[in-house]
Structures are given as structure tokens and as C-alpha cells.
Design a protein around this ligand. Structure first.
Ligand code: GAL
Length: 346
């Protein structure tokens, strides 16, 4: 029996004053990715893939490769089959249409990573969001940058009285892009850094675009006039490193003259390795395994309220949003040293 039938039974039973205790048995779950080539989404997908192998449920994974219309059609078809959906939207503006179909069919939807509007989320009771607080990531990166400059005791290498910064941004209308840039810049200004933003182009989370972008800025202003590179994610921070290395920078950690601090966000294994080795400077860990597990738990549970979901997943859930905290690299490193090895060493 699918969720649609069960919801119908629930409604009829409630109107007759009966309680339905043991609900539907879910047998399938559909998972939709905006783009499987995205490095962070790929980590999530690999982890959820492993979880699915141990699950009694039948998982189907769909990679939209950035095509929003195909993704929308496929999500709607899946919802009408009565299966819950875990959804990473190509275009967050498609959320209302997804939720209309979910409402009609009585199916549960768990969005993750790309945040739909509050009004869309409020339009259907059995709709949830799992993600991370992007303002927090911007604030934490500003803290890491400040910590770094305090240890080296200077930031103005070219002595122009400014901190000359290249920002490599993600997608244009993405909440993480907007909040990471905004909060990092705001907090650094509050901390007293006289920022000169050389450029802040949209490199769409992509390593190669970021490399090209930074090479262009190097050509335009000269490498000695770039004092820091802040990327909205690790893939782009790695692209920045590719560019710097091709100019002989950030290769020899003892050569401070040829080093430009580079920051990212996500905690990709390759970036952790670069930061640990001292060729890159900082990142945050965005816990993809927690993200995947929480999505899975919510999608397969019958929890209906924020309190029930909070108890289920052990992350505070408010207004149907569960936020997984970011972890600063330094805290992660200390913790990991005691408990585990770094993921890339496995
Ligand atoms: C961000 C992440 C990026 C990219 C993006 C896709 O949270 O930091 O690397 O994966 O999501 O929506």
C-alpha cells in the first residue's frame, strides 16, 4: 500500500475518531541530485550510497546534471508513485511545484543543500529541509582568516594599506554564495581589515573555472598585489591552488615569500590534505555524512513535528529545518587526531 492510500486511510480514520498507530511501510526512496559532478554532492552521494546498501529499502538515484525541467518531471513522477523523495534541487524556484505534487500524493519530501524559500517550505506539512547555516560558514571563515593573520603578524605585503583579496564565488543565486561572501567580508571589516576586493566572480563551485579566474586576476593586477584568496568552496580553493602553483607559489611551505593564503569551505579530502601540509590555509568541515544520514532518517520516519525530528536526528530542528553545524579545521584536526585518522589517509 502506498503513502497516498495510507494518508487517505489516516484522514478517514481521523474523521471517524480512530487512531492509526502503525503507519505505512515504505519500500522505495527516490534521491535527486542537482549535479553529480559537484565534488561536495559527490561525497554525500557516496555516503548515502553506502547507507542504502545496508538499508532494507530500495533506493533510486537520479543525477539531473543541472537540467531543472527533467529533474522536476522526474521528482513529480516519483512522488505520485507514493515514495518519499530526498531532493537536491537544480532550481530552488521549482520547490512550489514539487510540493503541490507532494501534497496531492501525500508523499514526504526532504530537501537538502539548496534551500527553498520559507513560503514554499511552509506550504506543505510533510516537507523538510536539511542543510547548514551558510551565515555561520562566512563568520567562521572570517575567524580563520583573522587567526591566520594574527599568527603571521602582517597582511599587507605590498604595503598599499589594504588587504587585497580575490573572492571566488559559487553560483550566482545560491544562498551559500551570498551568505559566505557577505558574512566573511562584513566580519573582516568589523575586525578592522581594510579590504580591497580585487574581484568576486561567479565560478559556479568549479575548480577549473576558479583556476582560470585567478590566473586572469594575476595577469591583471600582478601576483604580488594579491594578498589572500577566499573561495566559497574547497573545489574552487583547489583551483586557486592550481593557479598559484603554476606560478611557483604555495609549493614550498618554507618559502613564505611565495605563499598566498587560500581559504575554502566543505572539507574535501584533497583540501584537508593541502591545509594539513600548509599549502592551503583554511577550510571548514561541512559534515556530508551527517547530512546524508539525517536526510535518510527523516525520509524514512513518521515524525511529524520539529520536536519529533529533533529527537530522531539529534540536531535541533525548527520550522522543519535541520541545520548541521560547520566545524572549523582546527577543531576538526584536534578531534580527529585523538579519535581517527584523516579521511585521506585511509
Ligand atoms: C554548497 C557547497 C558547494 C556546492 C554547493 C551546491 O553547500 O559548499 O561545494 O556543493 O553547495 O549546491
Amino acid at each position: 500500500m502506498n503513502r497516498f492510500c495510507m494518508n487517505l486511510i489516516k484522514v478517514i480514520s481521523l474523521s471517524l475518531g480512530l487512531t492509526v498507530s502503525s503507519c505505512y511501510a515504505i519500500s522505495n526512496i527516490n534521491v535527486y541530485y542537482y549535479n553529480g559532478n559537484d565534488n561536495f554532492i559527490n561525497l554525500y552521494a557516496t555516503f548515502l550510497g553506502k547507507l542504502s546498501e545496508r538499508s532494507p529499502l530500495n533506493f533510486k538515484f537520479y543525477d539531473a546534471q543541472n537540467h531543472h525541467q527533467e529533474q522536476l518531471e522526474s521528482i513529480i513522477t516519483g512522488l505520485y508513485s507514493g515514495s518519499p523523495a530526498i531532493v537536491n534541487l537544480v532550481d530552488v524556484n521549482d520547490a512550489p511545484k514539487v510540493l503541490e505534487a507532494a501534497k496531492d500524493s501525500g508523499s514526504k519530501v526532504v530537501f537538502f543543500n539548496r534551500l527553498p524559500s520559507d513560503s514554499a517550505l511552509a506550504s506543505y506539512d510533510d516537507c523538510w529541509y536539511v542543510g547548514a547555516n551558510s551565515e555561520q560558514s562566512g563568520v567562521y571563515i572570517a575567524d580563520e582568516i583573522d587567526d591566520y593573520f594574527k599568527t603571521v603578524a602582517h597582511y599587507d605585503k605590498n604595503k598599499n594599506g589594504q588587504l587585497d583579496m580575490v573572492i571566488l564565488q559559487g553560483e550566482k543565486f545560491h544562498h551559500d554564495t551570498f551568505n559566505r561572501t557577505l558574512m566573511t567580508v562584513t566580519k573582516l571589516k568589523e575586525k578592522g581589515y581594510p579590504l580591497n576586493i580585487i574581484s568576486k566572480n561567479y565560478d559556479n563551485w568549479d575548480r577549473y573555472n576558479a583556476k582560470r579566474d585567478l590566473l586572469k586576476q594575476i595577469d591583471l593586477v600582478g601576483i604580488s598585489n594579491i594578498e589572500i584568496v577566499v573561495a566559497n568552496n574547497d573545489a574552487m580553493a583547489l583551483g586557486a591552488l592550481d593557479a598559484l602553483k603554476s606560478h611557483g607559489y604555495n609549493t614550498d611551505v618554507n618559502d613564505k615569500e611565495h605563499y598566498i593564503p587560500v581559504f575554502g569551505v566543505d572539507g574535501l579530502p584533497e583540501m584537508l590534505k593541502e591545509v594539513e601540509a600548509g599549502r592551503a590555509t583554511g577550510t571548514l568541515i561541512s559534515d556530508y555524512s551527517a547530512l546524508a544520514k539525517v536526510c535518510y532518517e527523516i525520509a524514512t520516519s513518521e515524525a511529524q513535528t520539529d520536536e519529533e525530528v529533533t529527537q530522531l536526528v539529534w540536531y535541533k530542528t525548527e520550522n522543519h529545518k535541520t541545520m548541521i553545524p560547520y566545524i572549523k579545521f582546527a577543531s576538526f584536526k584536534n578531534y580527529m587526531k585523538q579519535k581517527y585518522v584523516f579521511p585521506y589517509q585511509k
